[in-house]
Design a protein around this ligand. Structure first.
Ligand SMILES: [Fe+2]
Ligand SMILES: [Fe+2]
Length: 330
């Protein structure tokens, strides 16, 4: 998802009986759905895992602005341009809430950004694919933001207060993003044969990477059980992926386009769609830094950070001047 394969540092779950009094009290609060707040006692591994998860999520929001941002100047109408600008700006806001939530755990935003720029921190694999046509903007909103909602709605109930509250606002905005994407796809599918072919081509290229967003199969997700015990992961990768497929296939039918999966079919017995095998080598390769756009995305972020240095310096100088003036007046 926007945070994939987050390392919890744990290799086996601990039972309540094996925990010290502080950890047991913590786990009992989590089990009772009482939120953990920044000043509360928490196990060090919980704090570190949350920093990894929330910062990966924040980086994904910020890097996720790039594939869509490069279509703002080429949007086909003024209305589409205004909508896309608002959407990309929302993603910047999501990044900011999430960096702020991570900071409550005792890490600085500068450090998190430095880790991203040094290639030490991950962000979602999905943002390492290129946006080749306008239809890709439709496919991203429909599929990528759609997958994000699927993952983030359960996270509104996660155990860490600042993260769960950030998710509530983020999800409201994501549902607007998903609908704007579907609206672009609908317009293309109702247009000329060429436009419909563009929509189909975008679906062909984004479908499998969207399914990979949910992360490796449950059997291979070593850290999931610990994250589930801490309630910072509510549903498993495979459960979320299945929900996403079940929700999205009827939407493609409505659009009159088809998923690029010959094995996709309704399974009445299971009450779910069956789907073909996912190329996990591709996911691991992209996560390792070898996707089509990994290098370009990082370079663009670093360049933006360097070119924005004067804005940060000016804001700091202004804040210092104001503080000095207020002190003088007092
Ligand atoms: Fe977002
Ligand atoms: Fe979004």
């Amino acid at each position: 998802m926007y945070a994939q394969m987050v390392d919890t540092g744990a290799n086996k779950l601990r039972a309540l009986e094996d925990m010290g009094p502080e950890e047991r009290a913590f786990q009992e609060r989590v089990d009772a759905d009482v939120k953990i707040e920044p000043k509360d006692w928490m196990p060090e591994a919980y704090r570190k895992t949350l920093i990894r998860q929330i910062s990966q999520h924040a980086h994904s929001e910020i890097v996720g602005m790039l594939p869509e941002g490069n279509w703002i100047t080429r949007a086909p109408s003024l209305k589409r341009k205004a909508i896309l600008m608002a959407k990309v700006q929302d993603e910047a806001g999501h990044g900011l809430y999430l960096y702020a939530a991570a900071e409550t755990l005792g890490v600085s935003r500068d450090q998190l950004v430095a880790d991203l720029h040094a290639g030490k921190a991950k962000y979602s694999s999905i943002f390492n694919y290129p946006t080749l046509t306008w239809a890709d903007i439709g496919a991203i909103g429909w599929l990528v933001d759609g997958a994000a909602i699927m993952n983030q709605i359960p996270l509104c109930r996660c155990s860490f207060g600042p993260y769960s509250r950030a998710m509530i606002r983020v999800c409201k905005e994501e549902s607007f993003h998903q609908r704007q994407g579907f609206d672009i796809m609908m317009t293309l599918c109702r247009g000329s044969a060429e436009q419909k072919a563009m929509a189909q081509d975008a679906l062909n290229r984004w479908w499998w990477p969207s399914l990979m967003m949910f992360g490796p199969p449950d059997a291979d997700s070593v850290h999931s059980a610990q994250s589930a015990q801490w309630k910072i992961k509510i549903l498993s990768n495979d459960e979320l992926r299945q929900r996403f497929v079940d929700q999205t296939v009827p939407q493609a039918d409505y659009l009159g386009i088809t998923m690029p999966d010959p094995e996709l079919k309704w399974n009445a017995e299971r009450g779910h769609y069956d789907f073909g095998p996912i190329d996990w080598d591709e996911l691991y390769n992209v996560v390792k830094g070898n996707g089509p756009c990994n290098r370009d995305r990082l370079q663009t972020r670093v360049k933006a950070w360097e070119e924005g240095a004067w804005v940060r310096e000016a804001a700091l100088a202004y804040a210092e001047k104001r503080a000095a003036r207020a002190q003088k007046a007092a």
